[in-house]
Design a protein around this ligand. Structure first.
Ligand SMILES: [Zn+2]
Length: 448
């Protein structure tokens, strides 16, 4: 069989793991990177397909540790195929499948079936996350050993926090033996109740029932205490509050095995976006003042919280960016704010959202790329991905840093287009996504 040879030529290679931020070539053969050549004048034989990446950024394929694919069970929202296409368009070559599918990913048969279907129906690498408890009901621990054997990369009852501390403690102890992280949705439902958005000035003005933010900090504090006791690895999903960062810092300084992720929306948006005026505070309230596309869980927080998330990510206190891509159908969002489902489409806008943080000098490009590539691979122990290095899978993204584009409802490849960013102008565009040496997406077209 003819071998697949590609050279990505003259791009600005950014590989945080090796500290490379230089113009050069990335050489691919079959599924792997065989060379990374900064400042290269190399010429290549005619059997190489040359991709001219002049004035482009060339980075490792992005890794998302928090993706909801809705498949099986809610295929009207998203499927393995549409979710993975959405990922490829956004530059992600590895995504996860959170376990809150129907049925829940709580047993070997369901997880094995998902793994098989991910290979045949998906176009990027999809790694399953198993549930912590059977049916995500918080009562009985899932068969964690067996789930680990078939390939889950961590455990979560996402959306349903494990409320019983004794169950959480047991789960942490089992996960320690398996060397896999527990990802507990950081929300104490008892205090958050049916809160619709962040409790504060905006919820008061809109007359919407507010979710007490201490629900997040209470749960994180409890989980940190339990993780320290168990000596287990805790990964905190979608951290969103300044107060949570204080707890995280204390426990990181105590050398507790804890990591945290933040979403693009908790970095770049805030509770004012619920007003539906792209973050502006309106003079008066009318029926358009309730943007259901700004309804997420955890809710968008204050401007100060968002600023602290950016600083936390910049300094490495928050380890990674994860999308919490949570697609819904139009009907589930075109309704009253109270009735609307939590969650938004993030995969296709994630990079451009956070790229603005680089453009406004809040965070280095190196740190942004690291938090989307080598860092998630490192903290979840994922092998041979997340770096542009010889012997690694040829998962590569080519980005045009100068390109501008508009978020348009009809241009999503995801089944959902629910995002508060609709009609906004974005900076930086994914031009090409290569997965295991195959060009799967290039110049707005899919090749698989
Ligand atoms: Zn989630």
């Amino acid at each position: 069989m003819k071998s697949n040879k590609i050279v990505i030529k003259n791009g600005n290679i950014i590989d945080p793991s090796s500290g490379i931020n230089e113009v050069g070539d990335v050489v691919i053969e079959n599924s792997y990177i065989i060379d990374v050549l900064p400042l290269s004048n190399e010429t290549y034989s005619s059997d190489y397909k040359i991709i001219n990446a002049k004035s482009m950024l060339v980075t490792p394929g992005f890794i998302d540790l928090h993706t909801h694919l809705r498949d099986p069970g809610q295929e009207w929202k998203e499927t393995i195929n549409t979710g993975s296409r959405s990922a490829a368009k956004g530059g992600f070559t590895t995504i996860t499948s959170m376990p809150n599918t129907i049925p829940v990913l709580d047993n070997v048969n369901i997880v094995s079936d998902l793994i098989d279907r991910s290979k045949s129906e998906g176009i990027v690498r999809i790694l399953p996350i198993g549930s912590i408890t059977v049916g995500q009901k918080g009562k009985n621990i899932s068969p964690m050993n067996e789930l680990a054997e078939v390939g889950v990369i961590g455990f979560s009852d996402d959306g349903n926090p494990v409320s019983d501390p004794n169950i959480m403690k047991q789960a942490l102890m089992y996960s320690k033996d398996l060397s896999l992280p527990i990802i507990n949705h950081a929300e104490d439902k008892n205090i958050v109740g049916k809160g619709l958005m962040n409790e504060g000035v905006v919820s008061n003005r809109l007359g919407l029932f507010g979710a007490d933010p201490s629900g997040e900090t209470i749960m994180i504090a409890r989980d940190l205490i339990l993780a320290e006791r168990a000596g287990a690895k805790l990964h905190i999903p979608h951290i969103s509050l300044s107060a949570s960062l204080i707890l995280l810092e204390i426990y990181k300084n105590m050398d507790v095995n804890v990591t945290a992720e933040v979403t693009p929306h908790h970095l770049t948006l805030n509770e004012n976006w619920v007003y539906g005026k792209k973050g502006e505070v309106p003079d008066y309230i009318d029926e358009d003042s309730y943007d259901t596309n700004a309804k997420v869980n955890p809710p968008l927080r204050t401007l100060d919280d968002a600023k602290d998330m950016v600083d936390g990510l910049a300094e490495g206190l928050i380890d990674i960016i994860a999308t919490d891509h949570a697609p819904h159908s139009e009907l589930e969002k075109k309704c009253s704010f109270a009735e609307a489902a939590h969650g938004i489409n993030v995969l296709e806008t994630a990079f451009s959202s956070v790229f603005d943080l680089f453009l406004n000098k809040s965070i280095s490009i190196n740190r942004i790329i690291e938090s989307l590539t080598s860092k998630p691979a490192e903290i979840f122990n994922l092998h041979k991905i997340g770096k542009l290095q010889k012997g690694y899978f040829a998962d590569v993204v080519i980005i045009d840093p100068k390109a501008k584009w508009k978020v348009k409802e009809d241009q999503f490849v995801s089944k959902s287009s629910n995002t508060p960013l609709l009609d906004l102008d974005m900076n930086g565009k994914i031009i090409c996504t290569i997965s295991e040496g195959k060009i799967i997406y290039k110049d707005n077209k899919f090749y698989v």
